[in-house]
Write a protein that binds this ligand. Sequence first.
Ligand code: AHG
Ligand code: MN
Ligand code: MN
Length: 333
Amino acid sequence: MKRISLTRHLVEEQRLNNTIPAELRLLIEVVARACKTISHAVGKGALGEVLGSAESENVQGEVQKKLDILSNEILLEANEWGGHLAAMASEEMETIHPIPNRYPMGEYLLLFDPLDGSSNIDVNVSIGTIFSVLKARDGMEAPTEQDFMQPGSKQVAAGYAVYGPQTMLVLTTGHGVNCFTLDREMGSWVLTQRNMQIPEDTQEFAINASNARHWHPPVTRYVNEMQEGATGPLGKDFNMRWIASMVADVHRILNRGGIFMYPADARDPGKPGKLRLMYEANPMSMIVEQAGGAATDGKQRMLDVQPTTLHQRVPVFLGSKNEVERVTRYHQE
Ligand code: AHG
Ligand code: MN
Ligand code: MN
């Protein structure tokens, strides 16, 4: 097998599509290297003393795990010095992190969910890192939170690493989706899947069904119809999977189709869903669209949602196109 490294892929993609200038290539390689470091820490588990709670809370009031904090630090440190970024924002930090002025400032903004699927860390189930890249406004001197308030359609790159039986990196720069597997012996990312495609139809759905009693009517209707199976209105049987790591659920959907839902519900009108627009919904929606799938917030295309705050939450419906369109239509009826 001819091995194509991440670096070679990025260089060739730049030649072909002109979408990965040198600074963006550096950014992606630095993020990929940081994910390698996180993967190493994850793989050590108890032996590396990385499991368990950090006994602190993030800005969203969620208890932080040691690995949430460690992964955040790894990503921050890796990305500070390269001159490719103006600022970073993370699920684990209250405010944006401008590049310290001892380093040159670049033209990109990086956002990340350093450790996705935190509840799975201590039980050895797949977890991941999600990232999103925006362009800073021209001539910017001091980045502010406002500079990050760009809809997902403005992302120039998005990706995730999944720390599972294999460590993989899934990446898009707006010309399809490619997957790289970490060669642990060599320490290199090797291209293993080109141009991933999500089938338009599916018979598999992912939702946390323990929240069923709180769902709004369109979600209840849709899930009921799927559960009615071959003799119900959808005319086919559905299987269900829920990993509680968005990264792992999306990775399955990229490989064999499916629909992932984390809806808003009737509990707290001030909390529209659980997942975060900037660190989870937008990057995953760009990847899913680039693989031929669809992503909405139930009402509109996710990538068109205009963000208003850094940590805002959104309802999420993404995956196989025809099913995402169906549940979105149910919201409109
Ligand atoms: P995080 O660990 O970054 O807070 O994200 C967890 C998210 C997402 O990965 C997953 O799909 C969802 O929360 C799981 O939610 P439930 O605990 O409600 O199943
Ligand atoms: Mn997450
Ligand atoms: Mn997280």
